[in-house]
Design a protein around this ligand. Structure first.
Ligand code: FEO
Ligand code: CA
Ligand code: CA
Ligand code: CA
Length: 645
């Protein structure tokens, strides 16, 4: 979700516990000042704490990209890559996915047409390898989330009027996910129109199955689905994940924005905790299910993690309720040493929480089918970060602690439908908007992107969220003991505090030799390579950050820990998402989401960005063609891996 969109529509935290770090007290101040003392002493591990200072002394220097020259800070209408990188646009909004579908004509859109094309506002990128073709050509399935739509940039003549019923339906068809086969020909990846694997899942896809403990619960029943087991569509698919068995997870994030109307019945308090109804889209004018006065349970059917098998185009997508209901950002997963599977998740709202889900069953590496319902049974945990550097993962189990019938949790379904309220009662640590949470299989570390929180006040800070307000965000590193991702007790540390290191008021902390181009704000998604390079994509304010959004590589180990280098800069108005390395680490995929949004904020335009008058026409730069959210591929001109020195 774009930063400006968030600012305009989402500025109010909905957690009544905003900024309360229960039970930490004076220790906070002590730990915080110890950290600052390290920073003042000036060192490679500035602000990262004693543990990392010691570990960095014992570790050799990590990989970097010496052949690459950083792009300068700035904002303009096109993208820029580091010197030494080549790039190409792989697929754009509107590109045809199926045989016989013509080239995109934005003046001739229809629902049926959009359902045959790549969707809007690409966010998460996942890769599922396919066997090579007979001639040796590398193949894979690219799984792409389409988070939201911008009607003023999509439709001719739209600006200044309400979307029509047809336009609302086209927008629904541009949401969801795309599964697209890609192949590497003549050294470059391209997408395969007409592949039998190509598939669209949208906000209109019928028959999405609800599974797990909340399936069939009366609070999920609607007039169209009295059994509470089959939902039409998925909404606001932000980040996600690929499971160890090669399924595609789509996180449902700001689902509240699609609902309108008023409801003062039994779900009113529940809806309030999720910001329902958000009223960002007028869909409820045309469809009763988006009007909570008519269908008060419909919002309870969104905010879940959806699982899809990309290898079977006929498979039924499933909403896995065991993983909880909140504004799911991502869902990166990993196998713990004992074979259980762990899914890390952030709830992206100011003062909301970090979660992990641990399956009851174990991953079966020889029989794929045995894993297909692993996500229906297990334990959801919410994180409490302590001042002494511990993390307690608190199980969210009905009947335990405060999660009782007296508190409104009559069953595990209630705990999952109202995950946020359950986490409030457990005393989870309110965070600065948790986005992507990424485990590193190599080290047992887990990186948490905390994008920003301008609502945190100075007296609401705690060691894990040390700035109030926090307009730039920060990155936390969790260490799972002995690489046991299923552990319920971990350690945490700060990796970087974002912002301009030259501005002392910003309180930024970076590793040594971070250049003028190297700092960033508002970390959103990330990927980690086999040498410990953490690639962070951002979704921040161009003016605040004095730069368009992009991709930065942050070192996580050695004397250069916390050093950051820009490798990609987006065109104006965009956020950058989905960083994903190919299996051989020679190709770097990224998504440019909402290019050309926020025209008023870009001095080179200075007025609203519309279909007729956009702030950029990236990537086509053709008259009559609006900007198009697109997936790009980058590679090193020297042919080496992104993880190579
Ligand atoms: Fe859709 Fe939290 O970014
Ligand atoms: Ca975002
Ligand atoms: Ca995001
Ligand atoms: Ca990620």
């Amino acid at each position: 979700m774009s930063e400006t969109f968030e600012r305009e529509f989402e500025d109010r935290p909905v957690n009544p516990r905003a900024g309360r770090a229960d039970g930490i007290g004076d220790i906070i101040a002590r730990r915080y000042s110890r950290r600052d003392a390290f920073r003042l002493l000036g060192g490679a591990a500035a602000g990262t704490g004693l543990a990392s200072l010691l570990s960095s002394c014992a570790t050799t220097t990590t990989a970097q990209l010496p052949a690459l020259t950083e792009p300068p800070r700035g904002v303009d209408t096109t993208h820029h890559v580091a010197g030494g990188l080549a790039d190409r646009v792989l697929i754009r909004w509107g590109d045809p996915l199926f045989t016989g579908v013509s080239a995109f004509d934005p003046a001739a859109q229809s629902v049926a047409d959009q359902e045959q094309r790549f969707g809007y506002n690409c966010d998460f990128l996942g890769l599922v390898p396919l066997p090579a073709a007979a001639d040796g050509t590398e193949r894979a399935l690219l799984c792409v989330n389409h988070e939201y739509t911008i009607a003023d940039l999509m439709f001719p003549g739209k600006a200044g009027r309400e979307a029509t019923a047809e336009e609302c339906a086209i927008e629904q068809a541009a949401h969801g996910g795309s599964i697209v086969e890609i192949e590497k020909r003549n050294g470059a990846w391209q997408y395969v129109q007409g592949s039998r694997f190509n598939r669209r899942i949208t906000a209109r896809t019928p028959g999405i199955e609800v599974t797990g403990p909340a399936a069939g619960h009366p609070r999920l029943a609607t007039s169209a689905d009295p059994a509470g087991r089959h939902v039409v569509g998925t909404l606001n698919n932000c980040a996600g994940g690929i499971t160890p068995w090669g399924t595609y997870l789509l996180a449902e994030e700001n689902f509240n924005g699609y609902f309108m109307g008023a409801h003062d019945g039994p779900e009113a308090e529940n809806h309030k905790r999720y910001g329902v109804p958000g009223g960002w889209y007028p869909w409820g004018l045309h469809e009763a299910r988006f009007d909570v006065s008519k269908e008060p349970n419909e919002p309870n059917r969104f905010g879940w993690i959806l699982e899809v098998d990309p290898l079977d185009p006929d498979s039924k997508p499933k909403k896995r309720t065991a993983l909880g209901r909140f504004k799911h950002e991502g869902s990166e997963s990993i196998v713990a040493p004992d074979g259980r599977v762990v899914v890390y998740m952030g709830d992206d709202q100011r003062f909301d929480y970090v979660y992990k889900f641990v399956t009851a069953g174990r991953f079966n590496s020889t029989e794929r089918a045995a894993n297909m319902d692993l996500l229906d049974e297990g334990t959801l945990y919410v994180a409490r970060f302590e001042a002494d550097g511990s993390v307690f993962w608190m199980p969210m189990l009905q009947g335990e602690g405060p999660l009782t019938p007296e508190n409104g949790f009559a069953s595990q379904a209630d705990v999952l439908i109202e995950t946020r309220r359950a986490a409030d009662l457990l005393g989870a640590t309110p965070m600065d908007r948790p986005e992507d949470v990424e485990p590193d299989p190599r080290t047992g570390k887990v990186y948490v992107m905390l994008t920003n929180n301008t609502a945190r006040k100075a007296d609401q800070t705690d060691p894990t969220n040390p700035r109030g307000p926090n307009p730039f965000g920060h990155v936390i590193e969790i260490t799972e003991p002995q690489g046991d991702f299923a552990s319920t007790r971990s350690r945490w540390d700060l990796l970087v505090r974002c912002g301009d290191p030259a501005d002392s008021a910003a309180g930024a902390v970076w590793g040594p030799d971070t250049s003028e181009s190297g700092w960033f704000g508002s970390p959103d998604n990330c990927a980690i390579d086999s040498a410990g390079g953490l690639f962070v994509s951002t979704d921040g304010d161009e003016r605040l950050n004095k730069c368009a959004n992009g991709i930065w590589r942050v070192e996580t180990e050695g004397l250069e820990r916390g050093r950051s280098t820009m490798i990609f800069r987006s065109p104006t108005g965009a956020e950058v998402c989905g960083p994903r390395l190919s299996t051989d680490e020679r190709t770097f995929f990224l998504a440019v989401q909402h290019p050309g949004q926020d025209g008023e904020d870009y001095p080179g335009h200075g007025r609203p960005s519309t279909f007729e008058d956009p702030s950029t026409r990236w990537p086509d730069f053709e008259d009559g063609m609006p900007p198009r959210p697109s997936v790009m591929a980058l590679w090193r001109r020297d042919g080496r891996r992104f993880s190579d020195t």
